[in-house]
Write a protein of this length. Structure first.
Length: 250
C-alpha cells in the first residue's frame, strides 16, 4: 500500500503544480512505476476542471466563458505541462529540416508559429466541445477524457525508443509492459464508470488512435520518443475525446 501511495504522490507532483511530499528513495524506476497511476491523477484533474465549470455555470457565467475559464484553471493546475509539449512538437515537426534541427527546436523554450497555431486550434476545439456538453455529464466527460488521455502515455513510452539520450523521456525511466497495462486498465475502468458504454468505448478508441498517430508521427519525424511527444499525445487524445463526447452527449 505504501508503494501505491508513493506512486500517487509522485504522479501528482509530476502532472500538477500541487505541492506534494517527495517520496523517500525516489529514483527513475520509481517514477516509471508511478505512471500506472497517471489515469487516477488525470481523473482528479478532470473532476476539478469539471466542478469549476459547473460552478461558473451555476452563478450565471455563459457556457462559452465558463468553459474558457475552466480550461484556463486546468492549465494553472497542471502548469500547462502537456500544452507545452504539444506546442514544442508542432514547432519541431513543422519547422525543422532534419532530425537534429527538429530536436533542437523542440528543446527551445520559445514559442513559434506552428506551436502557437497548434495551441490555438487545440484550445478552440476543447472550448467549443466543453461549452456544448450539458451540465449533467460535464464532470464525467472531463474525468474520462483526462484519465484516458494520460492512460495511454505509459503504453506510448514502451512503444518507441528515445529520440535523444537526455531529456525527460530518457531520464525519467521507462515503464514495463505490466505498468502500461495497469494504466490502460485503470483508465478504461474510469471511463466506463463515468460514461455510457458506447461513449466510453468510442472515447477509448479515440485515445488509442491519438496515441498511435503520435507514435507513428514521432518515429517518422525524429526517430523516437521525447517528453514533448508524450505531452502532445495527451493533448490530441483529450481534444479528440471531448469533441466526440460533445457530439454524442451535447
Amino acid at each position: 500500500m505504501n508503494q501505491w501511495l508513493d506512486d500517487l504522490r509522485t504522479a501528482t507532483a509530476f502532472l500538477t503544480r500541487l505541492p506534494m511530499p517527495h517520496p523517500d528513495g525516489a529514483r527513475p524506476e520509481n517514477f516509471a512505476r508511478a505512471q500506472r497511476l497517471f489515469p487516477v491523477v488525470g481523473a482528479l484533474i478532470g473532476a476539478a476542471i469539471g466542478l469549476f465549470c459547473l460552478l461558473l455555470r451555476a452563478v450565471g457565467v455563459p457556457d462559452l466563458a465558463a468553459a474558457a475559464l475552466a480550461l484556463g484553471g486546468g492549465a494553472l493546475l497542471t502548469g500547462a505541462l502537456h500544452e507545452d509539449g504539444l506546442a514544442d512538437v508542432a514547432d519541431g515537426f513543422g519547422g525543422g529540416r532534419d532530425v537534429a534541427a527538429k530536436l533542437e527546436i523542440m528543446r527551445d523554450s520559445r514559442l513559434g508559429t506552428y506551436g502557437a497555431l497548434a495551441l490555438l486550434v487545440s484550445f478552440a476545439a476543447k472550448l467549443a466541445a466543453l461549452a456544448a456538453i450539458p451540465n449533467g455529464v460535464v464532470v464525467q466527460s472531463l474525468i474520462a477524457a483526462h484519465a484516458l488521455g494520460r492512460g495511454v502515455l505509459p503504453w506510448l513510452s514502451i512503444s518507441l525508443s528515445n529520440a535523444r539520450s537526455d531529456g525527460l523521456a530518457a531520464n525519467a525511466g521507462r515503464p514495463d509492459g505490466t505498468i502500461a497495462a495497469i494504466a490502460v486498465v485503470i483508465a478504461l475502468v474510469i471511463a466506463f464508470l463515468m460514461l455510457p458504454f458506447a461513449s466510453a468505448l468510442l472515447a477509448a478508441i479515440a485515445a488509442g488512435a491519438a496515441a498511435l498517430i503520435m507514435a507513428l508521427l514521432a518515429k517518422r519525424q525524429i526517430g523516437g520518443l521525447t517528453g514533448d511527444v508524450l505531452g502532445g499525445a495527451e493533448q490530441v487524445a483529450e481534444t479528440a475525446i471531448l469533441l466526440l463526447l460533445a457530439a454524442r452527449l451535447g
